[in-house]
Design a binder for this molecule. Sequence first.
Ligand code: SF4
Ligand code: F3S
Length: 108
Amino acid sequence: AFVVTESCIACKYTDCVSVCPMECFFEGPNFMVINPDECIDCSICVGQCPVGAIVEASEIAPDQAHFVQLNRDLSHDPRWKRITQAKPPLPEHEVWAAAKNKLHLLKQ
Ligand code: SF4
Ligand code: F3S
């Protein structure tokens, strides 16, 4: 399955959700995740993300490996809701788009 990684945090552009044929994106306050049980590995979403946050789980960088389990867990969290239509990015997306080590910013 494909996985949303750290670059998405505090940006949440949402371009990804409008192209997913399985509608398997789930939204939290400042991050997005993919439900790995529903993703069909089509890869269409990858090129839509302006910050390159979406990768295939088997090709994930070692420093992002924890996002595999995080996508699984948060996509099943009742507080995180399915989202199928794009909307404006978070207000400070330009500030955070190029930032690294944003995991501490993640709101659940
Ligand atoms: Fe949806 Fe395809 Fe992306 Fe999986 S790879 S999240 S099915 S668009
Ligand atoms: Fe996040 Fe990229 Fe989608 S920033 S919301 S994974 S388009």
